[in-house]
Design a protein around this ligand. Structure first.
Ligand code: NAD
Ligand code: TDX
Length: 371
C-alpha cells in the first residue's frame, strides 16, 4: 500500500495483509482492485457471502493477472460466523468491513438480514479483533489489527439544511441506516471499552462501475438502455451528494492508513443534486427522452437530503478527485460496454424483486412533468 510521508506514518506498507469483508460488492471490490493493481506486495483476503449483491465477476480483472491473483485469496463465508472469521483475522494486519445489506428499499420489506450482518456480523468481527489484540499484548503477534467500519451518511438522518459534522447526533430513519448506526456504535464501543484500534468512515451516495442495478443511477441507466420506464419516487426533489466509487475507496484507504484511533471521518461527494437533475443528465448522456420518467409513490420515510461536512477528512490530507460530470459520463459508458455484467445482475430473483418494488408503483404512476 502507498505511504504518504506528508500525512504522518502510514500504518500499512508493502507486504501488509488485509481482510476485506464484503470485498465482492460494489465499493469493496473497487477497493480491492485498486490496491492490488498497484503491485506493491499488499495481500488481500476477501471474505464475502456472495448475497444477490456480491459477485465474483467484480474481481475478475484481478484473477486474470497472475501476479495480482497470487496476492488475493477469496473465502466464501459469512461475517456473522465466528468459526470462519476467527482464523482469518489471526493472519491479518487490518480488517476493512464493507459487508452489509446495502439497499434501503429492501430494508423496508425485509430488515432481518440487515440486522444480522450489520450488528451481529460486526460484533463477530470485533470479537475476533479483540482476541488478536490480546494475543498482541501477550507478545504472540507483532501488532493488534486495525478495524475499519465502513458506515454511511444515512446515519445522520435527513438533513434539511447545512452539512453534517462527525459529532452531530445520529438520527437514522430506515432499518438500513439504523442497522448501520448500530454497527458503527458497537465498533466505537470496542475502542472505548477494549482499546481496540477502530476507525469509522461515513461515505455519501456512491456511484460508478459495478454498481448493482437496484440503485438509482444504475437502475435508470439500464432501464433507459432498454427503453423501460424510470420510476422516480415522489417529487424527485430529494437531494444526494454523489461520490465516485474510486474516490470513496481511496478515502477509505486513506483513513485506514492515517486515521486516528477511535475517530469517525465523513467522506463527502463532489456534487449535491436533486434526483431530477441526476436523471436529466443521465438521459442527456444516453440520448433518451424524459418521457421515460414516471412519477411513482414515494419510498416510506424517504430522507429528503444528505450532506456531509468534509473538513475533518481534508485535515487528514484527503481530496476528492472525480467531478460528477466526468464520473457520470464514464459510468454511463461503462454500463454501455458491460451489458453482460448488468444483465447477469438483473437475473435470479431480480424479476420478483422488481415486481414487488415497482409493479404496483408503475401501474399507478403518472407522467413526471418536467425534464
Ligand atoms: P453492496 O451491496 O454492493 O456489497 C455488499 C457486499 O457485502 C456484497 O458483496 C455481499 O455479498 C457482501 N455481504 C453481505 N452480507 C454479508 C455477510 N453476512 N458476510 C459476508 N459478506 C456479506 O454494497 P456497497 O454499495 O458496495 O456498500 C459497501 C458498504 O459501504 C456497505 O457497508 C454500505 O453500507 C456502505 N456504504 C455504501 C454507500 C453506497 O452509496 N453504495 C454509501 C455509503 C456507505
Ligand atoms: O427507483 C428508484 N427511484 C428513486 O427515485 C430508486 C432505487 C431510488 N430513487 C431515489 C431514492 C433516493 O432519493 O434516488 C435516491 C437514491 O436512491 P438509492 O440509489 O436507493 O440510494 P440511497 O437510498 O440514497 O442510499 C445509498 O446511499 C447511501 C446507498 O444505497 C446506501 O447503501 C448508502 O449508505
Amino acid at each position: 500500500m502507498t505511504a504518504d510521508p506528508a500525512r504522518g506514518r502510514a500504518r500499512f506498507g508493502p507486504g501488509s495483509h488485509l481482510l476485506v469483508t464484503g470485498g465482492a460488492g460494489f465499493i469493496g471490490s473497487c477497493f480491492v482492485r485498486e490496491i492490488l493493481a498497484r503491485h506493491d506486495g499488499t495481500r488481500i483476503t476477501v471474505l464475502d457471502k456472495l448475497t444477490y449483491a456480491g459477485n465474483r465477476a467484480n474481481l475478475a480483472a484481478i484473477e486474470a493477472d497472475p501476479e495480482q491473483a497470487d496476492r488475493l485469496r477469496f473465502v466464501l463465508g459469512d461475517i456473522a460466523d465466528p468459526a470462519v472469521v476467527g482464523p482469518l483475522v489471526e493472519d491479518v494486519d487490518a480488517v476493512v468491513n464493507f459487508a452489509a445489506e446495502s439497499h434501503v428499499d429492501r430494508s423496508i420489506h425485509d430488515p432481518e438480514a440487515f440486522l444480522v450482518t450489520g450488528v451481529i456480523g460486526v460484533h463477530v468481527l470485533l470479537e475476533a479483533c479483540r482476541r488478536e489484540a490480546t494475543r498482541a499484548a501477550a507478545g504472540q503477534r507483532a501488532t493488534p489489527p486495525r478495524f475499519l467500519q465502513v458506515s454511511t451518511d444515512e446515519v445522520y438522518g435527513s438533513v434539511e439544511t447545512g452539512h453534517s459534522r462527525e459529532d452531530d447526533r445520529l438520527e437514522p430513519r430506515s432499518p438500513y441506516s439504523a442497522a448501520k448506526a448500530a454497527g458503527e456504535l458497537l465498533a466505537r464501543s470496542y475502542f472505548v471499552t477494549h482499546g481496540l484500534d477502530v476507525v469509522v468512515t461515513r461515505g455519501s451516495n456512491t456511484y460508478g462501475p459495478y454498481h448493482h442495478p437496484e440503485k438509482l443511477i444504475p437502475l435508470f441507466i439500464t432501464n433507459a438502455i432498454d427503453d423501460r420506464p424510470l420510476p422516480l419516487y415522489g417529487d424527485g426533489l430529494q437531494r444526494r451528494d454523489w461520490l465516485h466509487v474510486s474516490d470513496h475507496a481511496g478515502a477509505i484507504e486513506h483513513v485506514l492508513q492515517f486515521g486516528h484511533p477511535g475517530e469517525v471521518y465523513n467522506v463527502p461527494g463532489s456534487a449535491e443534486l436533486p434526483n431530477r437533475d441526476v436523471v436529466t443528465r443521465l438521459l442527456d448522456l444516453l440520448g433518451k427522452p424524459w418521457s421515460l420518467v414516471r412519477q411513482v409513490d414515494d419510498r416510506p420515510g424517504h430522507d429528503r437530503r444528505y450532506a456531509l461536512d468534509g473538513t475533518k477528512l481534508r485535515g487528514l490530507g484527503w481530496r476528492n478527485r472525480m467531478s460528477f460530470d466526468e464520473g457520470l459520463a464514464a459510468t454511463v459508458a461503462w454500463f454501455g460496454a458491460n451489458e453482460a455484467w448488468w444483465r447477469a445482475a438483473r437475473s435470479g430473483d431480480w424479476d420478483d424483486y422488481y415486481e414487488r418494488q415497482y409493479g404496483a408503483r408503475l401501474a399507478g404512476s403518472v407522467d413526471a412533468a418536467g425534464g
